[in-house]
Ligand binder design. Structure first.
Ligand SMILES: [Zn+2]
Length: 228
Protein backbone atom coordinates (compact mmCIF):
# COMPACT_ATOMS: atom_id res chain seq x y z
CA UNK A 1 0.00 0.00 0.00
CA UNK A 2 2.78 2.39 1.00
CA UNK A 3 4.66 1.63 -2.22
CA UNK A 4 1.52 2.35 -4.29
CA UNK A 5 1.03 5.76 -2.64
CA UNK A 6 4.69 6.49 -3.27
CA UNK A 7 4.37 5.65 -6.97
CA UNK A 8 1.16 7.70 -7.29
CA UNK A 9 2.82 10.68 -5.58
CA UNK A 10 5.77 10.41 -7.92
CA UNK A 11 3.48 10.32 -10.96
CA UNK A 12 1.57 13.37 -9.71
CA UNK A 13 4.85 15.24 -9.25
CA UNK A 14 6.00 14.34 -12.76
CA UNK A 15 2.71 15.45 -14.32
CA UNK A 16 2.73 18.75 -12.41
CA UNK A 17 6.36 19.36 -13.42
CA UNK A 18 5.59 18.56 -17.07
CA UNK A 19 2.72 21.05 -17.08
CA UNK A 20 4.55 23.73 -15.11
CA UNK A 21 7.97 23.88 -16.73
CA UNK A 22 6.83 24.70 -20.30
CA UNK A 23 4.38 27.29 -18.97
CA UNK A 24 7.09 29.14 -17.06
CA UNK A 25 9.39 29.12 -20.11
CA UNK A 26 6.59 30.19 -22.43
CA UNK A 27 5.57 33.06 -20.15
CA UNK A 28 9.14 34.28 -19.85
CA UNK A 29 9.72 34.29 -23.63
CA UNK A 30 6.41 36.06 -24.22
CA UNK A 31 7.14 38.63 -21.54
CA UNK A 32 10.53 39.47 -22.99
CA UNK A 33 9.27 39.94 -26.54
CA UNK A 34 6.38 42.08 -25.29
CA UNK A 35 8.84 44.33 -23.46
CA UNK A 36 11.11 44.53 -26.51
CA UNK A 37 8.50 45.97 -28.82
CA UNK A 38 5.05 46.48 -27.42
CA UNK A 39 4.03 48.52 -30.44
CA UNK A 40 4.59 48.46 -34.17
CA UNK A 41 4.31 51.46 -36.49
CA UNK A 42 4.47 51.38 -40.27
CA UNK A 43 6.10 54.45 -41.83
CA UNK A 44 5.27 55.03 -45.47
CA UNK A 45 7.53 57.33 -47.43
CA UNK A 46 5.33 58.55 -50.28
CA UNK A 47 6.27 58.11 -53.97
CA UNK A 48 9.83 57.07 -55.04
CA UNK A 49 11.65 55.92 -58.17
CA UNK A 50 9.92 57.07 -61.36
CA UNK A 51 7.29 58.84 -59.26
CA UNK A 52 8.84 62.02 -57.79
CA UNK A 53 5.58 63.27 -56.27
CA UNK A 54 5.16 67.07 -56.14
CA UNK A 55 7.97 69.25 -57.46
CA UNK A 56 8.84 72.38 -55.47
CA UNK A 57 9.17 75.89 -56.90
CA UNK A 58 12.97 75.56 -56.61
CA UNK A 59 12.92 71.98 -57.92
CA UNK A 60 12.72 69.95 -54.68
CA UNK A 61 11.39 66.46 -55.33
CA UNK A 62 8.74 65.41 -52.84
CA UNK A 63 9.98 61.78 -52.81
CA UNK A 64 13.36 62.92 -51.41
CA UNK A 65 11.96 65.04 -48.57
CA UNK A 66 9.51 62.23 -47.72
CA UNK A 67 12.32 59.68 -47.46
CA UNK A 68 14.58 61.95 -45.37
CA UNK A 69 11.78 62.58 -42.85
CA UNK A 70 10.65 58.92 -42.85
CA UNK A 71 14.17 57.63 -42.10
CA UNK A 72 14.60 60.15 -39.28
CA UNK A 73 11.21 59.17 -37.85
CA UNK A 74 12.21 55.48 -37.96
CA UNK A 75 15.29 56.21 -35.81
CA UNK A 76 13.29 58.36 -33.42
CA UNK A 77 10.55 55.73 -32.89
CA UNK A 78 13.08 52.92 -32.46
CA UNK A 79 14.70 54.96 -29.67
CA UNK A 80 11.29 54.78 -27.97
CA UNK A 81 11.38 50.96 -28.26
CA UNK A 82 8.74 50.96 -31.01
CA UNK A 83 9.11 48.40 -33.80
CA UNK A 84 9.07 50.09 -37.22
CA UNK A 85 8.14 48.72 -40.64
CA UNK A 86 9.08 50.87 -43.65
CA UNK A 87 7.34 50.66 -47.03
CA UNK A 88 10.60 51.83 -48.65
CA UNK A 89 14.09 52.79 -47.47
CA UNK A 90 15.58 53.98 -50.77
CA UNK A 91 14.63 55.75 -54.00
CA UNK A 92 12.24 53.12 -55.37
CA UNK A 93 8.50 52.79 -55.41
CA UNK A 94 6.73 49.48 -54.83
CA UNK A 95 5.38 48.82 -58.34
CA UNK A 96 5.99 45.41 -59.95
CA UNK A 97 8.77 45.57 -62.57
CA UNK A 98 6.43 44.61 -65.42
CA UNK A 99 3.37 46.55 -64.25
CA UNK A 100 1.25 48.07 -67.02
CA UNK A 101 0.08 50.79 -64.63
CA UNK A 102 2.96 51.67 -62.31
CA UNK A 103 0.93 53.89 -59.97
CA UNK A 104 -1.84 51.30 -59.46
CA UNK A 105 0.71 48.54 -58.86
CA UNK A 106 2.64 50.76 -56.42
CA UNK A 107 -0.49 51.61 -54.42
CA UNK A 108 -1.62 47.98 -54.24
CA UNK A 109 1.79 46.70 -53.10
CA UNK A 110 2.17 49.61 -50.68
CA UNK A 111 -1.08 48.74 -48.89
CA UNK A 112 -0.05 45.04 -48.75
CA UNK A 113 3.26 46.09 -47.17
CA UNK A 114 1.46 48.38 -44.71
CA UNK A 115 -0.78 45.51 -43.59
CA UNK A 116 1.96 42.86 -43.55
CA UNK A 117 3.03 43.28 -39.92
CA UNK A 118 -0.36 44.26 -38.50
CA UNK A 119 0.95 47.59 -37.16
CA UNK A 120 -0.83 49.68 -34.55
CA UNK A 121 -0.90 52.57 -37.03
CA UNK A 122 0.39 53.65 -40.44
CA UNK A 123 2.02 57.07 -40.88
CA UNK A 124 2.30 58.08 -44.54
CA UNK A 125 4.71 60.97 -45.13
CA UNK A 126 4.01 63.43 -47.98
CA UNK A 127 4.55 67.06 -49.03
CA UNK A 128 1.79 69.28 -50.31
CA UNK A 129 1.47 71.71 -53.23
CA UNK A 130 -1.10 74.34 -54.18
CA UNK A 131 -1.70 76.91 -56.91
CA UNK A 132 -1.62 79.76 -54.35
CA UNK A 133 2.05 79.98 -53.29
CA UNK A 134 1.13 81.54 -49.93
CA UNK A 135 -0.48 78.29 -48.72
CA UNK A 136 1.69 76.69 -46.02
CA UNK A 137 1.68 74.52 -42.91
CA UNK A 138 1.52 70.82 -42.09
CA UNK A 139 -1.83 69.05 -42.26
CA UNK A 140 -2.87 65.52 -41.29
CA UNK A 141 -5.54 63.56 -43.21
CA UNK A 142 -7.56 60.57 -42.03
CA UNK A 143 -10.27 58.36 -43.52
CA UNK A 144 -13.70 59.81 -42.73
CA UNK A 145 -15.02 56.38 -41.62
CA UNK A 146 -12.13 55.69 -39.22
CA UNK A 147 -12.69 56.75 -35.60
CA UNK A 148 -9.15 55.72 -34.61
CA UNK A 149 -7.69 57.45 -37.65
CA UNK A 150 -9.41 60.66 -36.59
CA UNK A 151 -8.05 60.39 -33.02
CA UNK A 152 -4.51 59.79 -34.33
CA UNK A 153 -4.74 62.61 -36.90
CA UNK A 154 -5.95 65.13 -34.31
CA UNK A 155 -3.17 64.22 -31.86
CA UNK A 156 -0.53 64.53 -34.61
CA UNK A 157 -1.94 67.83 -35.89
CA UNK A 158 -1.85 69.28 -32.36
CA UNK A 159 1.71 68.01 -31.81
CA UNK A 160 2.91 69.42 -35.16
CA UNK A 161 1.57 72.85 -34.22
CA UNK A 162 2.98 72.71 -30.69
CA UNK A 163 6.46 71.35 -31.51
CA UNK A 164 7.18 72.38 -35.13
CA UNK A 165 5.14 75.42 -36.19
CA UNK A 166 3.05 77.36 -33.63
CA UNK A 167 1.78 79.68 -36.41
CA UNK A 168 0.11 76.80 -38.24
CA UNK A 169 -3.67 77.00 -37.84
CA UNK A 170 -4.59 74.01 -39.96
CA UNK A 171 -6.82 71.27 -38.57
CA UNK A 172 -6.79 67.51 -39.13
CA UNK A 173 -9.00 66.81 -42.12
CA UNK A 174 -11.29 63.90 -43.07
CA UNK A 175 -10.95 62.40 -46.53
CA UNK A 176 -13.29 59.95 -48.27
CA UNK A 177 -11.26 58.86 -51.27
CA UNK A 178 -7.48 58.42 -50.75
CA UNK A 179 -6.63 54.84 -51.68
CA UNK A 180 -4.30 54.06 -48.78
CA UNK A 181 -6.63 55.61 -46.18
CA UNK A 182 -9.53 53.47 -47.45
CA UNK A 183 -7.69 50.20 -47.94
CA UNK A 184 -5.43 49.65 -44.93
CA UNK A 185 -6.51 47.56 -41.94
CA UNK A 186 -4.72 49.70 -39.32
CA UNK A 187 -5.59 53.33 -38.45
CA UNK A 188 -3.80 55.29 -41.18
CA UNK A 189 -2.98 58.97 -41.58
CA UNK A 190 -1.35 60.98 -44.34
CA UNK A 191 0.94 63.67 -42.97
CA UNK A 192 1.42 66.47 -45.49
CA UNK A 193 4.44 68.07 -43.78
CA UNK A 194 4.30 71.34 -45.70
CA UNK A 195 3.90 73.03 -49.10
CA UNK A 196 6.63 72.72 -51.72
CA UNK A 197 4.71 75.38 -53.69
CA UNK A 198 5.59 77.92 -50.99
CA UNK A 199 9.21 79.15 -51.52
CA UNK A 200 9.91 79.74 -47.81
CA UNK A 201 8.41 76.45 -46.73
CA UNK A 202 10.21 74.57 -49.51
CA UNK A 203 13.53 75.91 -48.17
CA UNK A 204 12.53 75.03 -44.60
CA UNK A 205 11.48 71.48 -45.53
CA UNK A 206 14.95 70.89 -46.97
CA UNK A 207 16.75 71.80 -43.72
CA UNK A 208 17.79 69.14 -41.21
CA UNK A 209 16.65 71.39 -38.33
CA UNK A 210 13.04 71.69 -39.54
CA UNK A 211 12.91 68.01 -40.50
CA UNK A 212 14.07 67.18 -36.94
CA UNK A 213 11.32 69.42 -35.50
CA UNK A 214 8.69 67.65 -37.60
CA UNK A 215 10.04 64.25 -36.56
CA UNK A 216 10.09 65.24 -32.89
CA UNK A 217 6.47 66.39 -33.15
CA UNK A 218 5.39 63.18 -34.92
CA UNK A 219 7.25 60.93 -32.47
CA UNK A 220 5.67 62.68 -29.46
CA UNK A 221 2.23 62.47 -31.05
CA UNK A 222 2.59 58.80 -31.97
CA UNK A 223 3.69 57.94 -28.41
CA UNK A 224 0.74 59.89 -26.98
CA UNK A 225 -1.64 57.98 -29.27
CA UNK A 226 -0.16 54.56 -28.42
CA UNK A 227 -0.18 55.18 -24.67
CA UNK A 228 -3.82 56.27 -24.48
ZN1 LIG B 1 2.62 62.93 -52.11
Amino acid sequence: MKKRIGVTALLVCLVVAAIRVPRVVQYDVMNRSVQKARYCICIDSGHGGNDPGKIGVAGTKEKEVNLAIALKLKKSLEKQNIRVVMTRTDDRNLADANATNEKTSDMKNRVAKMDSEQPDAVISIHQNSYTDSSAKGAQVFYYSESKEGKVLAEILQKSLIEHADPENHRMAKANTSYYILKNTAAPTVIVECGFLSNPEEETLLNTAQYQDKLVDALQKGICEYLEN
